[in-house]
Design a binder for this molecule. Structure first.
Ligand code: GDP
Length: 525
């Protein structure tokens, strides 16, 4: 097989809402020649939203609930950009999408620094040692001092930072971006602060191209930054970056097109090609293997309201996938013919004829495929490392019509298998409890149970604030249940879970049961 996977770069953008992720996405796609005009990312989103009923919620709130995939090409490299919704009410999907990427761009607003959402998403990347490229956005506006931002990233995230470029002025005195290693000055062709249009080669900071154009005080500051930066921060080191210990930092402006090409060039040169994927039995699936393997990291329902189909997003781990292939759905022990796989280009969806490791294909199905499932050419393995995350919001389900218990349970079970919510069945026969990582997911659940299962439900608060998966031997589990019957429940796969009231209780119970491990994540296999 040709090593086509080597030119794949599968990545995500993580950020806090408003930092500029949508704008950057548009510019990346534009730079890759994938879309004709900026603005289409939003427009396309709106069209798609209009198609689907339950996505009305997104429309009403003006946010995007579900992640999608955008593929574009530039200079022989195929970029697969997996979108992670950045709203506060993001869902587990957001987290899980990060299990299907090989690198991430972290977008920070130059005036705001590291914000809560960025930090949460960063922690998920860190769980898997995903290499992170930092993009400090909006430097065309008054922001914080570059050194201050670098220090914040370094301290808040405990990462080495390697400045790759420096801003030349900010706000009303914005002249451009200086690449101190390649000695290039990206600036506008016209007025100060205009859109990026040209790159000038310079011989150094004394070059007249810079000094003759940029205000003296800004040159002084730039010189100081470059000098301090050289001594005060780590030099870029590829190994350290790939291991997730060091983040290269680019300054730029998504809106005005500064720093976009720097980012893509960097990703092409240094970001990892598809990596190996751990699986059960200590097996490591290598991308260069001949046989196809892949795993489902996301399931989306009702993309087309006329059909009750679901699309499973499958990340390929090895082999060359060809349309029409029969793949083994390992969990179900059945073979499925993938006759209409979908490729997600920036503008359109297309039937995929061929796909390589790192690529994402959409597999239409009637609900057989769920998050965490593995597809192979026959091998009995399950991909590992796809966690379920401890929910941050727990609610007890209240049923409007008690005659509909069965439908409700079926609905919740289905939604849990899709990965939309987690369900916890208390040991003491009371109503099920659902867990989510963002409040908005609760509205989606109510809406979908009404529309698809004909049941009206509501939610009641519970005294619990989080859940942890219990790991211990059976006798210890029995003792734990005896002591805390009210707090133990089973998840959708009947794995035991402890529902905790607060962090104090976590500490207390952990101390009383030192041999029990209370896990924040659980592998879904
Ligand atoms: P998202 O919520 O992270 O997707 O952020 P958006 O891309 O929607 O951007 C939020 C706001 O910031 C919008 O009004 C953008 O026009 C603006 N914005 C994004 N990038 C820049 C930038 O580089 N400079 C300036 N001045 N504004 C920007």
């Amino acid at each position: 097989m040709t090593a086509t996977y080597k030119n794949r770069r599968t990545f995500a953008i993580i950020s806090h809402p408003d930092a500029g992720k949508t704008t950057l996405t548009e510019k990346l796609l534009l730079s890759g020649g994938a879309i004709r005009a900026a603005g289409q990312v939003r427009a396309r989103g709106e069209r798609r939203r209009a198609r689907s009923d339950w996505m009305k919620i997104e429309q009403e709130r003006g946010i995007s609930v579900s992640s999608s995939v955008m593929t574009f090409e530039r200079g022989g490299i195929i970029y697969n950009l997996l979108d992670t919704p950045g709203h506060e009410d993001f869902s587990e999907d957001t987290y899980r999408t990060l299990t299907a990427v090989d690198a991430a761009i972290m977008v920070i607003d130059a005036a705001k620094g590291i914000e809560t959402q960025t930090r949460k998403l960063f922690e998920v990347c860190r769980l898997r040692d995903i290499p992170i490229i930092t993009f400090v956005n909006k430097i065309d506006r008054e922001g914080r001092d570059a050194l201050e931002i670098l220090d914040e990233v370094q301290e808040a995230l405990a990462l080495d930072v390697a400045p790759m470029t420096w801003p030349v002025g900010m706000g009303s005195d914005f002249f451009g971006v200086y690449d101190w290693q390649k000695q290039k000055f990206h600036t506008s062709s016209g007025d100060r602060g205009g859109a990026y249009a040209r790159t000038l080669e310079v011989s150094g900071l004394e070059d007249e191209v810079l000094t003759g154009f940029v205000f003296d005080r800004i040159m002084d500051q730039l010189t100081e930054n470059v000098e301090l930066g050289e001594g005060g921060y780590a030099a870029f080191d590829k190994e350290s970056f790939l291991e997730g210990h060091l983040t290269p930092v680019f300054f730029g402006s998504a809106l005005r097109d500064y720093g976009i090409d720097d980012l893509l060039d960097f990703i092409a040169e240094y970001a990892p090609a598809p990596h190996s994927q751990p699986a059960t039995g200590g097996r490591l699936i290598m991308p260069e293997e001949d046989k196809v393997t892949g795993f489902v990291f996301k399931v989306q329902a009702n993309m087309d309201p006329k059909h009750r189909d679901r699309i499973a997003f499958v990340r390929l781990c090895s082999g060359t996938f060809k349309r029409g292939m029969k793949l083994k759905h390992v969990r179900a022990g059945k073979s499925i013919a993938v006759s209409a796989p979908i490729f997600f280009f920036a503008e359109e969806r297309e039937i995929a004829e061929e796909a390589f490791p790192g690529d994402v294909i959409g597999v239409p199905n009637h609900g057989q495929l769920r998050v965490g499932d593995t597809l192979t050419e026959g091998e009995e393995i399950h991909v590992t490392g796809l966690p379920a995350f401890a929910p941050e919001v727990l609610r007890r389900v209240r049923l409007g019509d008690t005659m509909k218990v069965k439908q409700m349970r079926q609905g919740l079970q289905d939604l849990a298998e899709e990965g939309l919510v987690q369900i916890f069945k208390p040991d003491l026969g009371s109503n099920w409890i659902v867990g989510v990582v963002g409040m908005l997911q609760l509205d989606v659940v109510i809406d979908r149970l009404r529309n698809e299962y004909g049941t009206e439900i509501g939610f009641e608060t519970v005294p619990y604030s989080t859940a942890r998966w219990i790991e211990c031997d059976q006798p210890t589990l029995n003792k734990l249940i005896e002591a805390h019957r009210m707090s133990v429940a089973n998840d959708r796969d009947d794995k035991p879970v402890f529902l905790f009231k607060n962090s104090w209780e976590i500490g207390y119970v952990t101390e009383k049961f030192p041999t029990v491990k209370f896990r924040e994540t659980r592998e879904i296999v």
